[in-house]
Design a protein around this ligand. Structure first.
Ligand SMILES: Nc1ncnc2c1ncn2[C@@H]1O[C@H](COP(=O)(O)OP(=O)(O)O)[C@@H](O)[C@H]1O
Ligand SMILES: [Mg+2]
Length: 223
């Protein structure tokens, strides 16, 4: 019997600012996985944020392939710094369970003629799609799901962030053909660590579909 490696889980978004980092922190709070944000642009440091919010050990946080100062798509942020990278050089670290957070949405340019989606296909990822729950999400979400399907990528499901919107859940499941695995409320208390802890158990179905074990030594009942 051969032990096939489990494909990485790519946390994709319908847009920037939809909650990919928050959802990644929820995953890292409960999963026995490593986190990798290959393309970091702008002042945010998603790796640091996921580390802080998830409370997981530093050894499970991997360094980005590149961190670029300008808050732009990686192609343009790299051009600002006078270089172009070769996507062939960007190789996911080999860990049994790797959570990869994308930069923006899946059609974001990384290099000349190379979109995020192209690397997702090359890396043969499984996808968890993060979307807003609010008005406007159907178009973005269904377009993204269509593009993933046309590229032959398997989307495990959608995680919605924001107030519950059952009509949008139904429409995504009906028209998109994938389950909405969770709706995570937007926490207004300012306690983001507490919000991650409260929301993380809702991501268990996503981990089950991916085949990733829960974080070692942690008692699932304590989440
Ligand atoms: N469930 C939530 N409750 C409260 N704040 C959230 C939640 N999800 C995301 N945020 C906040 O919304 C902003 C965008 O979320 P983030 O996860 O960074 O999005 P992305 O990674 O898609 O750009 C951040 O300031 C983040 O702290
Ligand atoms: Mg992010």
């Amino acid at each position: 019997m051969t032990n096939r490696p489990v494909p990485p889980l790519f946390v994709a978004g319908t847009d920037t600012g939809v909650g990919k980092t928050f959802v990644s922190a929820c995953l890292m709070h409960i999963a026995d996985a490593h986190y990798w944000k290959p393309f970091q642009t702008g002042p945010d440091d998603d790796t640091r944020m996921v580390h802080r919010l998830s409370g997981c050990s530093a050894s499970r946080m991997l360094r980005p392939f590149v961190s670029l100062a300008a808050p732009l798509a990686p192609l343009h942020a790299a051009e600002r710094e006078g270089f172009v990278f070769d996507p062939a050089d960007v190789i996911p670290p080999s860990h049994p369970f790797l959570v990869i957070e994308g930069a923006g949405g899946i059609m974001v340019p990384l290099a000349p003629h190379v979109l995020t989606l192209d690397l997702m296909v090359r890396w043969r990822v499984r996808v968890l799609l993060v979307a807003r729950s609010t008005l406007g999400t159907l178009n973005h979400t269904l377009l993204t799901l269509r593009a993933l399907k046309d590229s032959g990528l398997s989307c495990l499901g959608v995680v919605m962030v924001g107030p519950p919107a059952p009509h949008n859940v139904n429409a995504i499941e009906d028209f998109g053909g994938v389950p909405v695995l969770a709706t995570i409320p937007f926490d207004e208390s300012g306690d983001l660590r507490g919000a991650v802890k409260a929301a993380a158990p809702a991501l268990k179905p996503a981990l089950e579909l991916w085949g990733c074990p829960l974080a070692g030594g942690e008692d699932p009942a304590s989440f």
